[in-house]
Design a protein around this ligand. Structure first.
Ligand code: 6PG
Length: 474
């Protein structure tokens, strides 16, 4: 029993996390329900195998780990976590910890932490971002749980995490579900970012007539500027990739129906529950849903033909590309602003005191949404932890102001020529609504009072008032 930690669930993510730990000198006990995966992992480990302990039963696994034990689960989110926890729990001793490193729904994490605490066991809910590559060489790690439990695995987590200028992208963000909540919102922002990139790709392709390879070049250029990010980088690579089978751009042979595992949708659901707007995230989730309804799209496109038309944006191609870059940047800033505002609302609701500057800092490397923008966001929250809106931060305002004018222009032009831009337009509408000194909710309040006597405030008096409706009805 000399292993520092156990990893349960040896899919791509679990195996790579275990290899990462082994490489940093930790001894890792391995277990998987289908036992062939265990030997497979050992075979793939090469020289790292000397730090791995293959365990073929849950009993062997628990016996292999130093007390108090840390058992990390990397199994499919949902029932599999409860089933695995139920198998391990009777074998564990008081004070041992289970760590769920999958993409759990944070409500489940809260429930599991409390259930295990009743049995004297500790729990951490940990969001891990960065895909396969991140798991192997440095993910961003978002931890929720008790400080004394985190302290026990902190050296391992900090050793395996991505580094941004030598600082590990790993932090305890709050109690129970805080880590998984932050990971969920990370993914919500990921959805919005990817959708906006996709919309701009569509405008460059069908609106300006560029080829995928040319668009790849455009994104490559953009990745040198304020849009610099992992997602923009991989977009360039994906667009420039040629299908070996047909010689066509790979993107043209990929079925245009997006998958989703739930985290984006949870972001939208939680935001609604908190009363915090998630306009662009929700639009991105819905856009994936629309893409997946291929049968309906086929029927409607045949019944109502009229494909998207070329854009007449900005007069010439270069100017149009520049406008699209600005629209994407403004959209991205608004999506991040939205994501951080949701976390801020959740933090108040659940008493987490989420350190938003720290969240931005640990997203600067390792995770899927890593981008230079996050450095500015981290500084913004460092300077003003309770800033009303990120677009007011001195480090962001000039960038945003220089770009946001392009948003309505691009969206209007896209609509006029038949292009769908759901996430960009949702961000635009919300932005335009927010910058109006007077909204149209005066009318809404009048209507509510008319049919339900709900009352309204007056601009020239205190208290609740009612309209003279009986006179007008008469
Ligand atoms: C990450 C990713 C990762 C994964 C999600 C999103 O941060 O490493 O977000 O968690 O890609 O599963 O997946 P869907 O697009 O399938 O919802």
């Amino acid at each position: 029993s000399d292993a520092d930690i156990a990893v349960v669930g040896l899919g791509v993510m679990g195996r790579n996390l275990a290899f990462n730990m082994a490489e940093k000198g930790f001894r890792v006990a391995l277990y998987n329900r289908s036992v062939e995966r265990i030997d497979e992992a050992i075979a793939l480990a090469g020289p790292l195998a000397k730090n791995l302990v293959a365990c073929h039963t849950p009993e062997d696994l628990v016996a292999a780990v130093k007390k108090p034990r840390a058992l990390l689960l990397m199994v499919q989110a949902g029932d599999a976590v409860d089933e695995t926890a139920a198998r391990l729990q009777p074998l564990m001793d008081k004070g041992d910890a289970l760590i769920d490193a999958g993409n759990a729904n944070f409500h489940d994490t809260v429930r599991r932490e409390h259930a295990l605490a009743e049995a004297g066991l500790a729990y951490l809910g940990v969001g891990v971002s960065g895909g396969e590559e991140g798991a192997r060489h440095g993910p961003s790690i978002m931890v929720g749980g008790k400080p004394e439990v985190y302290a026990r695995v902190k050296p391992i987590f900090e050793a395996i995490a991505a580094k941004f200028q030598d600082t590990p992208c790993c932090a305890l963000l709050g109690t129970d579900g805080a880590g998984h909540f932050v990971k969920t919102i990370h993914n919500g922002i990921e959805y919005a970012d990817m959708q906006m990139i996709g919309e701009v790709y569509g405008l460059l392709r069908r609106g300006l007539g560029l080829t995928p390879a040319e668009i790849g070049d455009v994104f490559e250029r953009w990745s040198e500027g304020p849009l610099s990010s992992y997602l923009v980088d991989i977009t360039a690579t994906v667009l420039k990739t040629v299908d070996p089978k047909t010689g066509k751009p790979l993107v043209d042979v990929i079925v245009d129906s997006a998958g989703q595992k739930g985290t984006g949708r949870w972001s939208a659901i939680e935001a609604l529950a908190l009363g915090a707007p998630a306009s662009s995230i929700t639009a991105a989730v819905e856009a994936r849903g629309v893409s997946a309804d291929r049968a309906l799209r086929k029927t409607l496109s045949e019944r109502f033909p009229g494909a998207a038309q070329p854009l007449t944006l900005a007069g010439n191609r270069e100017a149009a590309i520049e406008l699209l870059e600005k629209a994407l940047l403004a959209g991205k800033i608004l999506a991040y602003t939205e994501g951080f505002a949701i976390m801020s609302a959740a933090s108040r609701e659940y008493g987490w005191k989420l350190p938003l500057a720290e969240v931005a800092r640990i997203w600067r490397a390792g995770c899927i949404i890593r981008s230079t923008l996050l450095d500015r966001i981290a500084s913004a929250y460092d300077q003003t932890p309770d800033i009303e809106s990120l677009v007011l931060a001195p480090g962001l305002t000039p960038l945003f102001e220089g770009a946001v004018g392009a948003l309505p222009e691009v969206v209007a032009e896209a609509f006029r020529h038949g292009h769908a831009v759901p996430a960009l337009s949702a961000a635009t509408s919300r932005w335009l609504a927010l910058r109006q000194p007077r909204s149209t909710a005066d009318l809404t309040q009048g209507q509510r009072d008319f049919f339900g006597a709900h009352g309204f405030g007056r601009i020239d008096a205190e208290g609740q008032h009612h309209g003279p409706w009986s006179q007008s009805e008469g």
